[in-house]
Design a protein around this ligand. Structure first.
Ligand code: SAM
Length: 338
């Protein structure tokens, strides 16, 4: 048996209880193999409902190995899964479109539905972006939001496909606003809403983060070195009871730079000011090289300086399908109570 097969078997063994728990709570989207911690750096296997998504980040996986992994997972879960393999080790993801194993069967690339916390989510093996449509390491945060959103106004910042927003409406939020600058991502969020027709509707704001959050926070929008700014939607100053701030590691726009390593404060301060006095802000940092303790200190200091000291905070981890031997998973999540 190959070293990789042994590692996959060990990973599946360690998830026996977890998978039973997840299935019982209406979840069939989870990580089956987290290579960096389970014996094959740069390789991940995720289940998204009826699909098995294999991703490689360091080097491509050869055809026989891929088929072996697929067979192993199907046998262990006792169900057939559509295989999609996305190699992300080169400049462009996806390789050799002529070989069916790499290009995927047409049925594997159809729109599908995955489930999490009893909600339906759009699953698409390939789409315009590289990342899957649902980030699995944020599942516990979505669960927390679902459990705590009742009667709350919720602002979902960097909403992507609006999973946090959907969890909030499912938890009984009084209103949910999803904000992102990418219309394509919000369109999937709309689809996710339509897939759950019993839930109240969410609202969507397509805007760059910086002008939107600064307007909500009542802060001025500064021009950079006299350059004229692109137009942006006008929003009235207001606060929300529950705010989720989950930015990408780095992104540049005409309005500013998202930089989780060098400048978390520019993102955090206006988000704090847009959170109600007795509200809750969930903030995230997915950069592996930022240690939790350092980031926590920055976050608490920033709140203090903004005149909104944190009354109480807690940490949310990714689920047990994202093991981390040193207790330092890349995605760090803090729940701040003001
Ligand atoms: C890491 S994803 C956020 C994940 C998301 N919170 C979730 O629940 O899955 C990053 C998102 O930020 C958006 N984004 C990046 N820079 C932005 C900016 N300056 N303003 C608004 N959205 C931005 C991207 O379009 C993308 O949807």
């Amino acid at each position: 048996m190959s070293v990789l097969t042994q590692a996959l078997r060990a990973a599946l063994d360690s998830r026996t209880d977890l998978l039973a728990t997840l299935h019982a709570q209406g979840t069939d989207c989870y990580r089956l193999f987290h290579g960096s911690q389970e014996g094959a750096g740069g390789l991940t296997l995720d289940r998204y409902g009826p699909q098995l998504l294999v991703q490689s980040f360091h080097q491509p996986v050869d055809r026989d190995t891929l088929l072996g992994l697929h067979a192993e997972v199907q046998q262990r879960l006792g169900l057939p899964l559509h295989l999609v393999y996305n190699d992300r080790s080169g400049g462009n993801s996806r390789i050799d479109r002529h070989d069916k194993v790499y290009s995927a069967e047409p049925a594997a690339l159809e729109d599908m539905i995955g489930h999490e916390w009893g909600l339906d989510y759009r699953v698409r093996g390939r789409h315009a972006g590289q990342d899957p449509l649902l980030f699995l390491d944020l599942r516990e945060a979505r669960g927390w939001v679902k459990d705590h959103a009742k009667g709350k106004s919720v602002l979902n910042l960097f909403a992507y496909t609006c999973g946090v927003g959907l969890s909030a409406v499912a938890g009984g939020a009084s209103e949910v606003c999803n904000l992102d600058f990418a219309e394509g991502n919000l369109a999937v969020g709309r689809e996710n809403g339509l897939l759950n027709p019993r839930l109240p509707e969410m609202s969507f704001v397509q805007s760059d983060y910086f002008p939107a959050i600064r307007q909500l926070a009542g802060l001025p929008i500064s021009q950079r070195r006299g350059q004229k700014l692109p137009s942006y939607p006008r929003l009235a100053q207001r606060q929300f009871d529950l705010v989720l701030l989950d930015p990408p590691a780095w992104a540049k726009s005409a309005f500013g730079t998202v930089d989780l390593l060098r400048d978390y404060q520019s993102l955090l301060k206006p988000a704090i000011l847009a959170t109600a006095d007795d509200g809750v802000l969930i903030c995230c940092n997915n950069l592996a090289k930022v240690a939790f303790d350092d980031w926590r200190d920055q976050v608490l200091r920033c709140a203090e300086k903004a005149g909104r000291p944190v009354r109480q905070w807690s940490r949310l981890g990714p689920g047990a399908d994202f093991p981390s031997a040193d207790g330092q998973p890349p995605l760090k999540i803090m729940v701040l109570h003001f």
